[in-house]
Design a protein around this ligand. Structure first.
Ligand SMILES: *Cc1c(COP(=O)(O)O)cnc(C)c1O
Length: 474
């Protein structure tokens, strides 16, 4: 493609994106297609001859787009958000155009140094302790895996890196998180070689947060049985209900028993940019590592996970490699981020964070996040006022867990699940909004999470009206 053609299509695609953003509410939030419907429209074999960009782009609109769920629709309330913003999109254009592979300082000094700077900006924005040093990972799953690997190596004096688990010389290690922890912890525990059987799921209280006394009891019991307790993961904002594990007591227990203390604040961490929400990170200074995802709730498109650690040597000692072909003269004076995570190759992700933080300003970001939290509170108040509904968990930030519960008769738990599942499916089939569900201590609950960049009170109000109108069908 020559630059004249590139310019033509580039402009056309930017125009299309701008129109898409203007008219996103004309699309159904949840893709209304059946499994196989998209693949069925695509040829089995790749084209032998070049095709015109116009043809490809038309097929994008005709075939691909109907199979997309529109995460940037302001009535997307499902899962947790993965929001974006115009500055982030523009920066991604540039990242793609530069096509840099930012594995070491020399492969793009600006990428490394900008990453250092914006990560320290984030550290300040969240009020994380001064010694914490940040690095961008692809996802929170990867960030947590890094933490688990560091914990493993610190606990064993780097013996697993050297000998593996295979020669039986290392003690059996145990990991702790709450029963409400994210699935990525279990995945990381498996990948890091601890084995799922050595992950202890600590009970939670009525508000779905870890009970610290239960954690200490489990650690004591494991010690007695000859295990070496290695790492505890606390969650700030669990995925089911945004429950807040109490960081300070958990951190103190980790300190007493010399466990690595990792904090998973994948979505909720963003809330700490608000001074009035800083309390959710009370005790964070006790942590060895901390992760939150700007790609969830900080207007930076997927992927961008911010991983912070107290002792970066623990990280680099765990991951360091030094093949001859990657040695440079400045190695002693710079950061080579290849040693700060799992993959060698790294995208230039700091650019979009820089664009976002500068374009919104910290105050602009705060205002968006604060609005989302206020809207969740308001939605909660509507649910509480309607006797046909019940709130299922404390609303700690931007997520409301609730369900329809006909009050004129007693309804068995199973039937409540069926009714609410039916209600959710009907709402999602309408294409006008998208919510998901979870189970809280065995009880089915609908989740409405507010975090899309352009969600306003009007969207929340319409969602509530739709929910209220739909219950008459059940
Ligand atoms: C979303 C989420 C994760 C996983 O995030 P990825 O970046 O998709 O790996 C982990 N923990 C919590 C609490 C989450 O909400």
């Amino acid at each position: 493609m020559d630059s004249v053609t590139f310019r033509k299509h580039g402009h056309a695609i930017v125009d299309w994106i701008a129109d898409y953003m203007d008219h996103i509410e004309d699309y159904p939030v949840l893709a209304q297609v059946e499994p196989g419907e998209i693949a069925g429209q695509l040829p089995d074999a790749p084209p032998g001859e070049p095709e015109e960009m116009e043809t490809v782009f038309n097929d994008f609109k005709r075939i691909i787009l109907p199979g997309m769920t529109h995460w940037q629709h302001p009535s997307f309330f499902a899962y947790f958000p993965a929001n974006t913003s115009e500055p982030s999109i523009l920066a991604e254009f540039l990242t793609a155009a530069l096509g840099a592979q930012c594995m070491v300082w020399q492969t793009s000094p600006a990428a490394t140094e900008l990453e250092e700077v914006v990560m320290d900006w984030l550290r300040r924005m969240l009020g994380l302790p001064e010694g914490f040093i940040g690095v961008i990972q692809d996802t929170a799953s990867t960030s947590t895996l890094c933490a688990l690997l560091c914990a493993r190596e610190r606990a064993t004096g780097f013996a697993v890196n050297k000998c593996g688990f295979q020669d039986g010389s290392t003690q059996r290690l145990t990991i702790y998180s709450s029963e409400e922890t994210h699935s990525s912890i279990e995945k990381g525990v498996k990948i890091a070689g601890f084995g799922k059987d050595h992950l202890r799921l600590i009970p939670t209280g009525a508000e779905f947060a870890m009970i610290p006394e239960e954690l200490e009891r489990a650690i004591d019991a494991d010690k007695k049985d000859g295990y070496l307790p290695c790492c505890a993961v606390a969650t700030v904002g669990t995925t089911s209900s945004t429950a807040m594990d109490p960081l300070r007591p958990i951190g103190e227990i980790c300190g007493r028993h010399r466990l690595w203390f990792h904090i998973d604040a994948a979505m909720a961490g963003t809330a700490a940019i608000l001074p009035e929400m800083r309390h959710i990170l009370d005790g964070v200074e006790l942590a060895d590592s901390f992760v939150f995802n700007p790609h969830k709730w900080l207007f930076t498109n997927f992927d961008c996970s911010a991983y912070f650690c107290k002792d970066s040597n623990a990280l680099t000692s765990t991951f360091e490699i030094l093949p001859e072909y990657l040695k440079t003269d400045v190695d002693r004076r710079v950061k080579n981020f290849r040693d700060w995570g799992i993959p060698l190759g790294r995208r230039f992700r700091a650019l979009k964070l820089w664009f976002v933080i500068r374009s919104f300003g910290v105050r602009g970001l705060q205002q968006k996040v604060r609005t989302h939290i206020e809207l969740a509170k308001e939605f909660e108040s509507w649910v509480r006022k309607d006797p046909r509904f019940e709130v299922m968990a404390p609303v700690t930030i931007n997520l409301v867990c609730f369900r329809y519960h006909p009050s004129h008769r007693t309804v068995a738990e199973e039937e409540l699940e069926q009714i609410n599942k039916g209600l959710m499916d009907e709402l999602n089939r309408s294409g006008r909004m998208f919510i998901t569900h979870t189970k809280l201590k065995g009880k089915f609950a609908l989740r409405l999470c507010i975090g899309q960049t352009n969600t306003t009170r009007e969207h929340i109000k319409r969602a509530w009206e739709r929910i209220q109108a739909s219950v008459s069908h059940f």
